[in-house]
Each structure stands twice: as C-alpha cells, then as structure tokens.
Design a protein around this ligand. Structure first.
Ligand SMILES: [Zn+2]
Length: 425
C-alpha cells in the first residue's frame, strides 16, 4: 500500500530504509534533497535565536534546561514558558498548554514552527488578519510551555547527513518509549524506525517530558510532527477514540481547526483508527490516559507524499520558500485558534461552548471528513448518504414549522368560535 510507504510521522510507521550518508553513493545521492540551510536554522543557531528572544522579553518569556542521562547517554531539553498579564506561571488557576516539537529528528519544520509561535507570542511577529485586542485578552489567561527541540541528539544526526533519522541519539524512537501499551510490535515492526527502547521510559528525553507533563498538568497537550497533514486525537494504540463529552469537544475543536486552517485537507480522528496502523507506547496516549490531560493531540503539519521515501528532507519538510512560508503561516494561525478556543471548549461553566461554534451542517461536514478518511473508499457512498440526510433534515424542520402553524391557527379559530357561543350557566 503506497500510503504506508510514504507516510512517516508520529503514528504511522513506513518501513523506510535508512539513508546512507549523502555522498557515499553518487548514483543515489543525486535524487536526495539536501537540507536547505537558506530556510532552516541549524539547531544550535535556532536555540541561540530563541534564547535571545527570551532575553528580549523577560516580562513574557523564560527558559530552562532540563537534563537527564543514563548508561553514558545524556540529553538536555530546553523548555520555554510563556506567561503574561502579571500572573505567576505556577498559578494553578491559569489555563495550561504544553507543546512539543522536534520529537523526531528529521522533522525540522516543526521546530521552525515553534520559533514562529514564540516570535508571535512575544509580538516580534504578527498573525495576518488578527485582532490584537482579542488576542491579548486570550493570552492573558494562558500559561504555555513549549519545547522547541525535544530530540536534539537525533536532530544533530540529521544535520550531520543522516537525513532519514527519526530516533534519538542512541537509536530509540521517543514516540514509542512511553508507558501505555509499550513494546507491542506490529507484524511489520522495523527497529530502524520505531525501536521502543529497553523498557518504558528508558530514554532521558522521555523521562524529562513525562516529568514536565506531570508537574505542569496541562489542559491541552500537542505533540507536533510532520510526514502528512493530520490532526490526531487518542488513541494511537487502538483504532478507536475515547467515549463521552470530552472526546466530542476534542473532535469539534479539531474540526474547527481543519476547516479554518487546513481547508479540510487534514485527516481527523484517532491516530490508530485514521491511518489503519497502530502505534504503541506513544506520548499522546500516555498524556491522555495517565496524566489525564483532557485534550491531547498529535498534529502532523506537512508531508510530501509524492516524493521518494528515501528523500527524507523533502518528504518531511517544505523545501522551497513559498511552501515554507505557507506552512508556518497556516499552522501558527492554527495554534492561536487553539489558544483561543481551547479554554472556551473546556470551560465547565459553559459545557455547551462547543455547540456555539458548530451548526448542524458543520457538524455533519466534520462527521463526513472523519468517515472519509477512516474508511477510505466508502467516502462517496457515505458522502451521498449524508447529503440526503441533511436534505431530509431540512425538509423535516420545514414541515414541522408548517404543521405547528396550521395547528395554532386551528386552535385560534376554535377559540374564536367558542367565544361567540353564549356561555351556559
Ligand atoms: Zn514524527
């Protein structure tokens, strides 16, 4: 199945062959796109830029480095905290959002997006068409913790020429090293892609992220990847989504983002169900099931599925300026929509907040999108079916109104005639 070979992201595992260092085989290297350093920052440079940004905005931003290591392997994760409006970042009444980027080494674009979001939060860059006043009132109530490069050791290997590497500095996939359903292997398991490590949380990077998630206890978690365009919710290790109102809120929020920022191109649903392959030991499943974060997502922000699966830089990252700009513009706007809508959707005083944003048509459209992707070829049948349901629904509403009108006018008539009859003593 072609999709399987092309998509290489947080959830799905394509059996990619690891690329031999560029240049070792001249016949192969001719078709391999090198990293475009005119567009992308080397990771050291990116972190330097982020440090400078933080230092220019001490009223809004702060940064800390968390280190961990075992068996001679060390990792460090930088965490940027955004908090404004005079509130303390550890004030538990704030709405808390935790975002992580660059969990897989080869997905460079995700860390560029992290930098863009921070630049907008610090008001050095701006969203097009955004009302500043609304944005300010939204951001006053938030604390955002953002990890720009979760897997910096793996990223270094990519920068050194190992363009298809997604794992950490000692070959473990950080999105298979978490404690929910850890270590289960599918038939096509490929250790060069999804080696889960020796035990759950064997990796320093995963230990750091778990500690951060538990201590911060976010309302929203988003793990940002590339390889396709998708907005995933739990679960990755089974092909269903959790049940109940919270799930409905997650889905409604994703449908809103898909419509406004992804032109309904993005796949929506459970990671495991949407693409037909299960992933075990993922971060999002743990954050949802164990940390109990009410909204836990995995976003896939870009994928070139026309390119060879060996041409990893091109497959996972936009390679030209217009598409690079488009991805950063579209997705930074998507995140600010989430910053705005997320707290509304989770506000317990307005449990119907989600409904305010969704008409019956939008709801049905969203339903269609999901089914379209989960069941592939059934889409046309369901599509036609849902269009008919919508038409019948409108006819039903219209006929109900007419019936009510007739009923009321009848009552009025009989009332009138009764009044004209002399009242019997
Ligand atoms: Zn990924």
């Amino acid at each position: 199945m072609r999709l399987r070979h092309l998509i290489c992201c947080a959830i799905v595992l394509p059996p990619l062959l690891l690329l031999v260092l560029a240049g070792t085989n001249p016949s192969d290297s001719s078709s391999i796109t090198p990293i475009n350093w005119d567009l992308y920052h080397p990771s050291d440079d990116l972190m330097e830029q982020i440090h400078s940004l933080v230092h220019r905005h001490p009223d809004k931003l702060s940064i800390e480095m968390i280190k961990s290591g075992n068996k001679g392997y060390n990792a460090a994760v930088n965490v940027v905290t955004y908090c404004r409006g005079g509130s303390e970042s550890d004030d538990r009444s704030n709405f808390r959002i935790l975002l992580t980027f660059g969990q897989h080494g080869r997905e460079l674009i995700t860390s560029e997006l992290a930098f863009r979001i921070l630049s907008i939060l610090s008001e050095e860059q701006f969203l097009p068409m955004k009302n500043g006043a609304t944005l300010n009132s939204t951001l006053d109530k938030l604390v955002i913790k953002l990890v720009p490069i979760e897997n910096s050791n793996g990223r270094k290997r990519v920068e050194a020429g190992d363009l298809c590497e997604r794992r950490n500095g000692r070959g473990v996939d950080l999105n298979r090293n978490w404690g929910v359903d850890w270590g289960k292997k599918e038939k096509d398991y490929d250790p060069s892609e999804e080696n889960p490590g020796t035990t759950p949380f064997s990796e320093p990077e995963t230990q750091i992220m778990r500690k951060l998630a538990i201590s911060f206890d976010p309302h929203i978690w988003i793990n940002v990847h590339s390889g396709m365009e998708a907005l995933f919710m739990p679960y990755d290790h089974k092909n269903i989504t959790p049940e109940g109102l919270p799930t409905q809120k997650m889905r409604t929020l994703l449908e809103q983002v898909n419509k406004v920022h992804c032109q309904n191109r993005c796949m929506i649903g459970s990671g495991g169900g949407s693409v037909g392959y299960l992933a075990h030991g993922t971060a999002t499943d743990y954050i949802y099931d164990v940390v109990r974060t009410p909204m836990a997502f995995t976003f896939e922000i870009f994928g070139d599925n026309q390119t060879s699966s060996r041409d990893c830089f091109k497959m996972f990252n936009p390679v030209d300026l217009p598409s690079f700009k488009r991805v950063l513009n579209d997705w930074s706007a998507a995140f600010f929509t989430i910053f705005k809508l997320g707290p509304l959707y989770l506000d317990e005083n307005s449990t119907n907040a989600a409904d305010k944003w969704v008409s019956i048509d939008e709801y049905l459209d969203g339903y269609l999108v999901e089914r379209k992707n989960r069941y592939g070829k059934n889409m046309e049948v369901i599509d036609v079916g849902m269009q008919e349901i919508k038409t019948y629904f409108r006819l039903f509403l219209l006929s109900s109104v007419l019936l009510m009108f007739m009923f009321c006018s009848r009552i009025a008539k009989s009332k009138y005639s009764r009044n004209s009859t002399p009242i019997m003593p």
